[in-house]
Design a protein around this ligand. Structure first.
Ligand code: AMP
Ligand code: ZN
Ligand code: FE
Ligand code: FE
Length: 275
């Protein structure tokens, strides 16, 4: 079994790629994907660690997209690390995340919460700036009790300090990931309020290969629902923890994807490249 969605310090996780591999090995997994937000920079370290540990490494990325002012996340696997269009979008998103962090800090200040931008940058330690980094600083400051409260009270979608990243539409995101030689899977469809079965059908028409139906944040009904949507559209169903280290409860290996599904996704990706 393979956990197809994990984060590291290369985005907003708290563990190194080597630690993710070790945790995967300890959980008895045969493979692990690293899917940091909008960056591929953790791949070489995860790849080396996985080789040493004797488990499979699936190179991935969680690409930020946007629909109706809300975030939609796509997982891309086996994309070409040298693809110019994907690299340009990741670079642009990094700058956009810097801009948005400033906007969030301004919104917080308007509500009397004064966050030091340098503290947020220090938390990210060079990774693309995410809301969890701002949340961690709010916890440090004693403004909120924990990261969840930071999202509930301030940073979550539609909350007082919510600011959206400008990003591609999910249809264009699927095209970008496919154009980079990879396969695209819609991440945690039950978590994003703008992700509907209709949207997934549109994405399937654009070349989406799978649905992350078995995500750690989905309850049993959501898993059943998204499995049915995927079956209807002939898409693969993946399972994953969306591990973020200490920033979330999910553990590596809590939800997994069978090897046969990973093989099917890989075949889909090689097929696309052959066309
Ligand atoms: P960003 O990429 O900056 O928009 O931040 C999105 C990330 O924030 C997600 O990948 C999650 O890791 C995290 N996140 C979103 N909502 C919550 C929440 N309610 N509690 C904790 N973390 C969250
Ligand atoms: Zn994240
Ligand atoms: Fe996500
Ligand atoms: Fe994620």
């Amino acid at each position: 079994m393979i956990d197809l969605h994990t984060h590291s310090v290369f985005s907003d996780g708290t563990t190194t790629p080597e630690e993710n591999v070790r945790l995967a090995q300890r959980s008895g997994l045969s493979g692990l994907a690293l899917t940091d937000h909008d960056t591929l920079q953790g791949w070489p370290r995860a790849d080396r660690a996985a080789q040493r540990a004797g488990i499979d490494f699936v190179p991935g990325v969680e690409l930020s997209c946007e629909l109706d002012g809300r975030g939609v996340h796509l997982l891309g696997y086996w994309v070409d690390a040298d693809d110019a269009a994907l690299s340009a979008e990741c670079d642009r998103l990094r700058q956009e995340r810097d801009r948005r962090a400033g906007e969030i800090i301004d919104l917080l200040a308007r509500h009397g919460v004064h966050v030091d931008p340098a503290a947020v940058r220090a938390r990210a330690a060079g990774a693309p700036l995410g809301r969890p980094h701002v949340a961690a600083v709010l916890v440090d400051m004693g403004v909120v009790a924990d990261v969840d409260a930071a999202f509930d009270e301030w940073l979550g979608d539609g909350r007082p300090a919510f600011a959206q990243k400008r990003a591609l539409s999910p249809v264009d995101g699927v095209r970008l990931l496919r154009g980079a030689g990879g396969v695209a899977v819609i991440a945690h469809p039950g978590v994003s309020e703008v992700v509907t079965a209709d949207l997934v059908a549109q994405l399937a028409a654009a070349g989406l290969a799978g649905v992350e139906g078995d995500h750690a944040a989905h309850d049993d009904d959501q898993v059943r629902y998204w499995r049915a949507v995927a079956a209807e559209l002939g898409l693969a169903v993946t399972g994953s923890s969306d591990f973020h280290g200490e920033r979330k409860d999910a553990r590596i290996g809590q939800r997994t994807t069978p090897r046969a599904v990973v093989d099917r996704l890989r075949a889909h990706c090689l097929q696309v490249r052959a066309v």
